[in-house]
Design a binder for this molecule. Structure first.
Ligand SMILES: CC(C)(COP(=O)(O)OP(=O)(O)OC[C@H]1O[C@@H](n2cnc3c(N)ncnc32)[C@H](O)[C@@H]1OP(=O)(O)O)[C@@H](O)C(=O)NCCC(=O)NCCS
Length: 184
């Protein structure tokens, strides 16, 4: 049965405790197929780099990790490498809130002007999520994951995220969420 969190809260930056990495690896393993899951220590290695921006979501009721997004800030671009939300917590606006948090941080604190990512063509939930945040298709990467499993390259202009307040709606779509609550 789906877990229906009344509330979740976001954490961003400074997420380097061993306990956090344990939870992160647990959620990664539960979410991705073996081929798409990063090797042991890879997540931690990346998360500890200075140019990494990471945000996590925790359920208010039990403080358990229910989502994360991991990105790399290079030059003026933010590349989103991984996002996952616990299966029983999906469609609550958690991924959208995580993405908005890192996009605002990149635009305002790292002066990023664009964000890129790669997503499997058949990953409809993820493609729809990214489109709703302002990402557009920017080419096709053939056989990106495995032979026959292609990816879209997507890009988002971060100008609309500059100066955006914490609880402001996503700039390019009608529906909105608070950073610590469900869709309203
Ligand atoms: C993709 C994923 C992160 C979305 O997480 P989520 O918390 O359920 O997403 P949200 O509730 O914030 O949804 C935001 C928007 O994304 C789109 N979306 C999310 N899930 C969707 C689904 N199953 N079908 C269609 N659109 C979907 C919708 O536009 C949604 O807005 P709406 O609810 O107002 O319609 C989650 O499904 C997941 O962890 N998938 C497995 C891992 C993965 O594929 N990661 C991406 C590749 S690295």
């Amino acid at each position: 049965m789906a877990h229906t969190p009344k509330m979740f809260r976001l954490e961003i930056g400074n997420l380097t405790s061993p306990k956090f990495f344990e939870e992160l690896v647990g959620l990664e393993r539960a979410t991705f197929r073996k081929n798409d899951s990063w090797a042991d220590g890879e997540l931690e290695q990346m998360a500890k780099k200075r140019n990494c921006i990471i945000a996590a979501a925790r359920l208010e009721d039990n403080n358990k990790l229910c989502g994360y997004v991991l990105c790399t800030s290079t030059g003026l671009n933010l590349h989103v490498s991984k996002i996952a939300v616990r299966a029983d917590c999906r469609r609550q606006g958690i991924a959208r809130s995580l993405m908005q948090a890192v996009l605002r941080t990149a635009a305002n604190q790292r002066r990023s002007s664009s964000s890129t990512l790669h997503v499997a063509l058949d990953n409809e939930p993820a493609v729809q999520l990214y489109r709703s945040l302002g990402y557009k298709e920017d080419g096709l990467l053939e056989d990106y994951y495995t032979p026959g499993r292609h990816a879209y390259k997507m890009i988002c202009d971060l100008e609309p995220y500059k100066g955006a307040a914490e609880d402001s709606p996503p700039p390019l779509q009608a529906a909105c969420t608070t950073t610590t609550g469900r869709k309203r």
